[in-house]
Design a protein around this ligand. Sequence first.
Ligand SMILES: [Zn+2]
Length: 167
Amino acid sequence: MPRPAAKLKSAAKPSRAPQIATVRPLTGTVFITRQVHFNSAHRLHNPMKNQRWNEEKYSLCTNPHWHGHNYVLEVTVRGTPDPETGYILDLGELKRILHRTVADRCDHRNLNEEVPFLRGIIPSTENLVIAFWHQIAPHIPPPGALHCVRLFETPRNFAEFFGPERT
Ligand SMILES: [Zn+2]
């Protein structure tokens, strides 16, 4: 009598993991931030005022022989993640934009004298965030939009700018 065929044991079951052919985009406004660093010299000085006025307003910060800061620039972009990538903007691309438009132009420079886009402004932290905004904003690709430029002059002192339309 022939033996019944041995039942095939499925030792290694083929994977039944579902093949996901679609993605489920999520919507919602998200804020992403990149930080870059640069070191610069500057001096707070209003050339339309006399030395006494400048010393009263700025004290040591108006020293004609300059002083330096280790600046930390944080830039926030807002948007809804792209349904195909999940990104608002690749943070590596944001880093490159910040270096190209601001950090590489200011690093190891004198902000009063060597940076063309800062010419004629008093390089206070307040003025710098406004000037940096105008440098950066046109380079942020959709669907992202520039939300905030935050500049630390020291670990305890910083200024933020949310754009001319918010003022
Ligand atoms: Zn300073």
